[in-house]
Structures are given as C-alpha cells and as structure tokens.
Design a protein around this ligand. Structure first.
Ligand SMILES: NC(=O)c1ccc[n+]([C@@H]2O[C@H](COP(=O)([O-])OP(=O)(O)OC[C@H]3O[C@@H](n4cnc5c(N)ncnc54)[C@H](OP(=O)(O)O)[C@@H]3O)[C@@H](O)[C@H]2O)c1
Length: 330
C-alpha cells in the first residue's frame, strides 16, 4: 500500500468500484491484501479522540505503518502531549480541533461516551468517523452522519490492557469492520496494513457479535474462576490453583487451534465414560451452590461436540444425556 502524506480527502481513495467483493462475514487476509493493493494510494489525515488503552495502541500501530496520524485528543492535555511526542508530525489538540484537522476520526472513548461525544462535536461532509466498540450500534454516530460524514465501526477483536505490549497483539488478530463504501475499503486497507484479519459484520448484528466473542474472552475467565472456586472449596489454595490450571487451559486452546473444537475434545465425555461424569456430578452437587448445575449445562454442550467428533456411539451419548437429565445415577 503506497501512502502519500498530505492534505487529501477520503474521497481521493482510488480503486475499482468492484472492491465490494469482500461481502460476507469473513474476508481472508489474502483477499484483504489484494483489496488494499487495488485501493492504491491512500491520502488521508487521521485523528484519535480518546487515547486510553485502545486509542494509544491503534494510533501508534497505524503511525508505524506510515499512516498520517495528525492529531490525538483526550479530556486531559498531558496524556495527549505525551502520545503526540511519540508519533511523527502528530499534535495534541482539543477534540474539536483534532476533528477539524482530520479526514478520518477514531472515537476510541468508552462505549457509553460515544453518542454524547459525537453529538457535542461539529462534523462535516467529506469526513469519516469510526468508533471502536464491539457491541454499540452505528446509530450512536447519527449526528455525524446527519452532518454528511461517513460512519463506521472498527473493533479489534483482542484485549488491550497494556498499550506498550498491545501492538504485538494486533498482528494476526481479527477486526470487525462495519461501514458502507467507500469507508469500508479504507478500513479494510488499514486492517491489512496492521496485518489484522477483517470480519465484515452484517448490519445490525453488533451486540450478538460482541456477546458471542465474550465467550472466548472475559467469560472464559469465569470458567477458570469456577475451576479455582471448586479447588478452593476442597482446600487447594487459590494462589496455587491458577498456575496449575493455566498450562491445562493453554494446552486445550492450542489443541482447539490445531484440531478444531470437536477434534480437540478430550476427557470423560469424549470417551463416553458415564461413571466419571456421574462422580463429577456427585462431588459438585455435594459442594452446594450452583456448581453441579453449571457443570451439567456445559457438559450438555459438550455432548453435541462429542457427537460432531463422531467418536461417541449413540448408546453412550444417550446414557450421558439421561445422566445429565437426572434419569439415571450412573
Ligand atoms: N481495551 C480493549 O481491550 C478494547 C478492545 C477492543 C475495543 N475496545 C473499545 O475501544 C474503546 C475505548 O476503550 P479503552 O479500553 O481504550 O478505554 P479506556 O482505556 O478507558 O480509554 C478511554 C479514553 O477515552 C477518554 N475519554 C473518555 N470520555 C471522553 C470524552 N468525552 N472526550 C475525549 N476523551 C474521552 C478517556 O479519558 P480520561 O482518562 O479522561 O477518562 C480515556 O483516555 C471502547 O469503545 C472499547 O469498547 C477496547
């Protein structure tokens, strides 16, 4: 992707109209790379409003790709000044100034702040604004759209707690893109430059997309927490539990990555070992609380994985199902 610094506008992006070939939930890296090459020269000035964990990460990473980050803005001046000093030709500005100086504005502020912030600023046509929230609908950018700006979403599917380390995480992660053309192609080209895998979100699907992703992120922490709680209830100290459980969790994720979910399945359900599952249930029910029911629900989900793996015969599957439904005890 050839980049030209200067004063161009988003409308100066060149490329065939047929670039909308990236329809569908997932666009492969190869396809995205081709799109970016086809787009050719991008001339645009980018600003970030909101420079917390994600804003800092994205602004730095895009600047390293040679993108023209002209302004960064936050509520406080000092963090913006510190960030601007790390980015060539970038200035710390007030939000409205930053917006005025840019063709493409990233609103990387907390989700609940996006709508009020958008309404408080003066937008113009021939400008684009994207938010970085996973669950929030593009409707929150309506006041910018009403002023003629293009609107979109650019949600990196990764967690960024430490901006210093986060740039490494961008590469190879996915990014959900939700925008009409020509902004969509601009965002695809940016994703390509960052070596991220774009996911094109169907319109109106953001909340379900983000809720689904939560199972692979923060809700995975809830699963680990359940493991720690059960061990803690039998007297295994909490500070020893996580170091013992992490290699197991990592091994499971690595198996899923290389063999797929059903291919990675191991443990008593995958073997049709009804006796072990019955012992688990007795032990967890004896602990009280919701431990047993939580296990039952997750194990029901595992039955369908085991079925898909083709390794479990129908009789074993039916016995496990009856055990989970409380129709047999072993
Ligand atoms: N962090 C992640 O892992 C991650 C991943 C994917 C997507 N995202 C999305 O990225 C967006 C930002 O999240 P984050 O984690 O980077 O949040 P964050 O670390 O809390 O940073 C938010 C930044 O926005 C600033 N801010 C708040 N209200 C503002 C306003 N009205 N005007 C200007 N700046 C304002 C905050 O400044 P103050 O310091 O003054 O409060 C702070 O610097 C969210 O939409 C989030 O869903 C985050």
């Amino acid at each position: 992707m050839q980049l030209v610094r200067g004063t161009g506008r988003l409308s100066s992006i060149r490329g065939p109209a047929a670039l909308g070939a990236a329809e569908g939930l997932r666009t492969s890296m190869a396809e995205s790379h081709k799109l970016a090459k086809n787009i050719g020269a991008i001339v645009m000035r980018i600003a970030f409003i909101g420079i917390g964990r994600l804003g800092q990460t994205l602004a730095r990473a895009l600047a390293q790709q040679g993108q023209n980050i002209v302004a960064v803005a936050g509520r406080a001046t000092a963090p913006a000044v510190a960030l601007a000093q790390q980015i060539p030709h970038c200035q710390a500005m007030m939000p409205q100034q930053a917006l005025d100086a840019a063709d493409l504005v990233f609103l990387s502020v907390p989700d609940d702040a996006i709508e009020a912030l958008t309404s408080s600023l003066n937008w113009r046509a021939n400008q684009a604004v994207v938010h970085c929230s996973g669950a929030t609908d593009l409707q929150v950018l309506q006041s910018a759209r009403a002023a003629g700006a293009q609107v979109g979403g650019f949600h990196p599917l990764q967690i960024f707690s430490d901006p210093e380390r986060a740039a490494v995480l961008l590469r190879g992660s996915s990014v959900a893109i939700d925008a009409e053309q020509p902004l969509r192609n601009t965002l695809l080209a940016l994703a390509n430059g960052l070596q991220m895998n774009p996911l094109i979100l169907p319109a109106g699907s953001r909340a379900a997309y983000h809720a689904g992703a939560s199972f692979a992120a923060s809700l995975m922490l809830s699963l680990l927490d359940e493991a720690v709680q059960v061990w803690s209830a039998i007297g295994l100290p909490e500070d020893a539990a996580l170091p013992a459980l992490m290699p197991l969790a990592m091994g499971t994720l690595q198996a899923a990555q290389s063999r797929g979910l059903s291919g990675a399945l191991a443990g008593p359900v995958s073997r049709g070992d009804v006796g072990v599952v019955a012992k688990h249930l007795q032990a967890l029910d004896a602990l009280g609380g919701a431990h047993g029911d939580f296990y039952r629900e997750l194990t029901r989900r595992q039955l369908s994985l085991a079925q898909r793996s083709g390794r479990l015969n129908p009789e074993a599957l039916a016995r496990l199902q009856r055990l989970l439904d409380g129709q047999i005890s072993e």
